[in-house]
Design a protein around this ligand. Sequence first.
Ligand SMILES: [Zn+2]
Length: 442
Amino acid sequence: MRMMRLTAIVLGLAVLAGLALPVLAAAGQSGEIVSVAERDFTAAGLGRKGLDLLMRKDGRVFLVASPGEIAALAALRVGFTFETARLLRASLEGLSADGGINGAYHSVLELETDLRILERDHPGLASVVEIGETLEKRSILALKISDNAAANENEPAVLFTGCHHAREWISVEVPYLFGKYLLDRYDLDPQVRALVDASEIWIVPIVNPDGLEYSLHVYRYWRKNRRANADGTFGVDINRNYGYAWGYDNEGSSGYPGSDVYRGTGPFSEPETAAVRTLFAGVGIDFRGLISYHSFGQNILFPWGYTTALAPSNTELRAVAAAMAGLIAGVQGTVYSYGQASQLLYLTNGDTADWAYSLRGAPAFTVELPPVDIDHGAFFNDEAAIGAVFEENLPAMLYLARYAVDHPLPVRPRVVERRDSAGRPAAVKPKPPVRPAPGPSR
Ligand SMILES: [Zn+2]
C-alpha cells in the first residue's frame, strides 16, 4: 500500500482547493479506488461532495475517485491510499479464460439471447417486452412471467430489476436466474405454478445496458449511463434520477455532471428511468412490490433513502426486510443486514425504491448483493459464486412475490409525487447540504 500525500506535486492545484470536488471530476473518465481515513473524510466534509462512495470499513472510507478528484483530495491535504491494484488482481482471478472478457456474466447481447430462449422454450408463460430504448439505441428488455403471459389479466404484479449501475455485474444474474427458475420449475413445483398463475412477475435484468457495455469493454468501474452531458462529461446516475424527492439535497445526489452520483438535469430525464416509470407506474398493471438489485454489501434497504425520517409504513417495510434476511441466512448462513436505507448506508435521493414506494406504498427494496465488503472482492464476484448468490436469494424473491400477491395496495397514491402545474414531476431545487429536513406529509 502506498500512502500518498501529493500536496507537494500539486501545489499548482492549491488554488482549486476551494472548489467543490465534482467540478474537478469533469477532467477524466477513468479513476481509482482509494481509501481515506474516516476521521479525515469527516473533517474535510467529503460526505457532501458528491463522491462515489463504495463502503466504510475498519475506520476507512473507500471511494472511486477520478484523476481530478484525486488531485483535489491531495490539494485538500487529505491522505489516501490507492486500492485499485489489489482489487483488480482479485477480479482477474475470478473469471474463466473461455468466457470472453466477462466470463460467465452476461453481456447485453448474451442476455437478450437468453431471454429469447426462455420465451421460445416456455410459450405462453414467458414474454420478452421492450420497455424502452437507451441513448445508444439498445433495447431495455423485460421478461414477463405469468400464465397467459401475452395477455394482461390484471393480476398482482411484482418487479425485479438489476444493473442500474453498470459495474455491478452480479445484479444482472440474480434476477435473470430467478426468471429461469420460475419457468423451469413451473411444471414440477406446485408452489411455483400457483405463484405464477396468480401473478405477473416482471424482471428487468439490465436497466442500464449502455453502461454495462461500457463497463465490459472500456472501463470496469463505470457506474452511470452514457449520457453526454453539456459540460463534456458522461453519464447520469440513473439510481438518482427517479422523480420522488429528486435533488432533495446535495448529499444524496450531486448536481455536478462529472460526479458519479450525478442526478441528471431533471427527474426522469434519462430513458432508463423513464422506461421503468412507464412500466411500474403505467396504467393497467397492479405492481405491489419491487426489488432493485445492486452490489455490494449484503444489505436489504427500504425507504426512505432521502431522509432519516420514517416512511409511513416503516413497520411493515422492516418486517418484510427482516423476513427476507432470515430466509437468505437460512440457505447457507450468509448475513444480509437490513434497515432504512438512509440509516443503514447513507442518504440517497431520486432512487428506485423511494420512488416506487411513493406511488402507492408498495414494499420496495434495494438489495446489495455479496460480497460483504471490499476485501471480499467488491464489484468482482468470482463467477463460480453466481449460482450460490442466486440460491441464497431465491427464497426471499419467492417470499416477496407471494407477499405482493397477498397484500393489495390502496388504489389512491399513499404519497403524492411532487408535480408542477402542468402535471409533470416537479424539479426540486436542491437545498444546501445541511441536516435533512423531515419528510413530506402523506
Ligand atoms: Zn448500485
